[in-house]
Design a protein around this ligand. Sequence first.
Ligand SMILES: [Zn+2]
Length: 132
Amino acid sequence: MQSLTLKQEQLQQMIAHVNSHAPLEACGLLAGHNSKVEAVLEVTNQAQSEVRFVMNPIEQLNAFEWIESNGLDLIGIFHSHPAGPETVSPTDIADAAYAVVHVILARTNGAWRARGFWIENEKYNEVTLQVR
Ligand SMILES: [Zn+2]
């Protein structure tokens, strides 16, 4: 996937979610069609960690069921790096379990910035986030 399209309000929802949990990492899922996001689903980071995330499995299952019952696909996973970096970490590469866009929200000097990545074969490429 070369790009992911999302609305400004969806980006703001992700930022509000991760900001409210900082300095802990926060996470969630992006549902949609093809490369267009239709819904942001917040999921609890049960790791309660500043450096990694583990999605609460019950919430993740419920989110998957919601996505399917609404005729959508899982197209992205987002999580935060409250202390950086803006790019994927070795942990992110090791934990990447789904062929979806990985959106990372990193905080630098108090401001959140979102970037998208495609992780495959233990490498990653940037995916352009088109915010409309
Ligand atoms: Zn990460």
